[in-house]
Write a protein that binds this ligand. Structure first.
Ligand code: CU
Length: 154
């Protein structure tokens, strides 16, 4: 997991140049102005999902993790809690859904928690379980974009 702020993207070091270029390319499309849903950047290799929804209690949600894509989760509006764990932390995960590249689980050990503010982003690498969309302080309507990047692009 890599945590950052959009405003620091030009100064930030440690993000692979290819990935940094993809993030900048996606943000240059002004996702905050796009309709909800999928927007392709490079076919199935790079695309982004724009969404608006209400955060909910973490107990009511499940962790997801991916094998082929990494997620760049960018919060555009509102506050959001994201629980996550390192690779291998998913306890008794469900079967892998190959068509949509995800598997779900209820328990992650050890579990970590992020409190996201607008214009922050969190990058989850393949194999890192994450549970976005949780209530941080109060339930809020949040807007976010998730940039999906296939590992073959990196
Ligand atoms: Cu994800």
């Amino acid at each position: 997991m890599i945590l950052g702020r959009i405003s620091e993207l030009n100064a930030q070091t440690g993000i692979a140049p290819q990935l940094l270029a993809i993030i900048k390319q996606a943000l240059a499309l002004h996702p905050e102005t796009l309709s909800a849903g999928r927007h392709e950047i490079d076919g199935d290799d790079i695309f982004m999902n724009v969404m608006t929804f209400d955060t909910t209690e973490p107990q009511s949600k499940r962790y997801e993790q991916h094998r082929e894509y990494l997620d760049v989760q960018v919060l555009l509006r509102g506050e959001e809690r994201i629980d996550f764990g390192p690779k291998g932390a998913a306890v008794e995960p469900d079967i892998y859904h190959e068509d949509d590249d995800y598997l779900l689980c209820d328990v992650v050990s050890p579990c970590q928690t992020l409190h996201m503010q607008p214009e922050m982003f969190a990058i989850f690498l393949p194999g890192e379980p994450h549970k976005p969309g949780c209530i941080s302080e109060t339930s809020q309507t949040i807007s976010k974009v998730v940039i999906k990047v296939h590992y073959r692009c990196l």
